[in-house]
Design a protein around this ligand. Structure first.
Ligand code: ADP
Length: 392
């Protein structure tokens, strides 16, 4: 698109509201002298103005501020009532600063004094440029809103698909898993060695697929549950999570410490899931040293900033984003078990409550997973920002 706001083909159509022929001629001369190719229609009152608007819609309106029967600003009201965004430039004998500012506030694009008409062509060019910019911006806003809608719809479709697929796959898979298990129990050692091996592969594959599908279902359920947020004591949630991870903690000798944690507004099982996934990973991705896991939270503006740090194997910065994507893992299952869904679930839960989650750290130097959660209640009664629970 050209940078020149003035129409390149044909003339600029000017509709001039003016009762004085000499003044109208002076304005036309000023425009031509300023290099504008114009065709001008001069009208004196509202009826003529409306007729001309219909007969030949102008590119710009110039209006005398003070006509005996009509006021220039009333032309603006007509333009509005016709839903036209044609720029209007006022031309006037003497217009006080206050009045001029008021006219601009009400929507006139500019004003030019009659004894300063040399400025008029530039005022018109600027008015047309402004209108063009405004149109482009509106267009861009509309495009963006449409794309956001499309994205939301396709996300919802995808979520529905993941839910239905994982839900409906469970039943046939349960059959495959139980019958391969039956086969294994009944025919183990009764056929040849190769048959034993095949049966073992089949039941192992079925079990793995069952786990995968259950995880996928858990992932797609995060977006579906519509439980209203509760005010949760994160210390109590942490106690529960440590209890349910006690076998892994004991087996690895992990030392988990946490500072006083705040209360947050969320759904209890979902926040417990985030804590459990992060601590579970910190234990799973350990080095040979005893895992040391530290959990803390601090106020950060309108949010709580949580931090889960460990002394495990760490994560290379280039994978810091990938690991939050479903099924993305950095290791073979034989090295570390898992499906690569845990962090995707954490991200979905945290974003659902308006927070952000990310990881910091280096390979071999441990990782720190951080996430934010808004401190305020989602709608009305905001909670107090307070730390509760015992120091550990
Ligand atoms: P999974 O644990 O099933 O592999 P996750 O989605 O929980 O899936 O994690 C994705 C990947 O992120 C893991 O496979 C691992 O490579 C990396 N990761 C997650 N947590 C940690 C951690 N605390 N330390 C090092 N790497 C981690």
């Amino acid at each position: 698109m050209s940078d020149n706001p003035v129409p390149q083909t044909g003339e600029l159509r000017v509709l001039h509201v003016e009762d004085n022929d000499a003044d109208a001629e002076l304005v036309a001369q000023a425009l031509r002298r300023g290099g504008l190719a114009i065709s001008v229609a001069v009208v004196q009152d509202e009826t003529e103005f409306r007729q001309q608007l219909k007969a030949c819609p102008p590119d710009v309106v110039i209006a005398d501020y003070n006509l005996p029967q009509w006021k220039g600003m009333e032309a603006l009201e007509v333009l509005r009532s016709e839903e036209l965004d044609t720029p209007l430039v006022l031309v006037s004998g003497a217009l006080g600063d206050v009045t001029a500012v008021e006219c601009i506030k009400q929507g006139a694009t500019d004003y030019v004094l009659k004894d300063g008409l040399a400025r008029l062509p530039e005022a018109i060019r600027r008015a047309l440029q402004e209108k063009r910019t405004l149109r482009l911006r509106r267009q861009a806003e509309e495009d963006l809103a449409r794309k956001v809608n499309e994205l939301a719809r396709s996300n919802a479709d995808l979520e529905q698909f993941a839910y239905v697929a994982s839900h409906d796959l469970q039943e046939p898979l349960r059959m495959v898993a139980s019958y391969t298990q039956l086969l294994a129990e009944r025919y183990q050692g009764k056929l040849d060695e190769t048959a034993d091996k095949y049966i073992a592969y089949a039941s192992e594959g079925a079990l793995r697929m069952q786990q995968l599908i259950q995880d996928l279902l858990a992932f797609s359920r995060v977006g579906r549950s519509d439980v209203p947020s509760q005010n949760l004591d994160c210390n109590a949630i942490m106690d529960e999570v440590l209890l349910s991870l006690s076998a892994a903690i004991q087996e690895s000798g992990a030392v988990v410490t946490f500072d006083k944690l705040p209360r947050v507004w969320a759904d209890r099982p979902l926040i417990a899931q985030v804590f459990q996934n992060l601590i579970g990973n910190a234990i799973k991705f350990r080095k040979t040293a005893v895992p040391e896991i530290k959990v803390s939270a601090e106020a950060a503006g309108a949010d709580w900033l949580f931090s889960f740090s460990d002394n495990g194997i760490g994560i290379a910065p280039e994978y810091a984003e990938n690991i939050f994507v479903v099924f993305q893992r950095l290791h073979a299952r034989t090295e570390y078990p898992g499906n690569g869904i845990g962090l995707a679930i954490c991200k979905k839960i945290i974003e659902r409550y308006g927070g952000r989650i990310w990881v910091e750290g280096q390979v071999g130097k441990g990782s720190t997973f951080k996430f934010t959660l808004p401190a305020a209640m989602p709608e009305k009664n905001a909670p107090r920002l307070e730390l509760v629970g015992a120091q550990r």
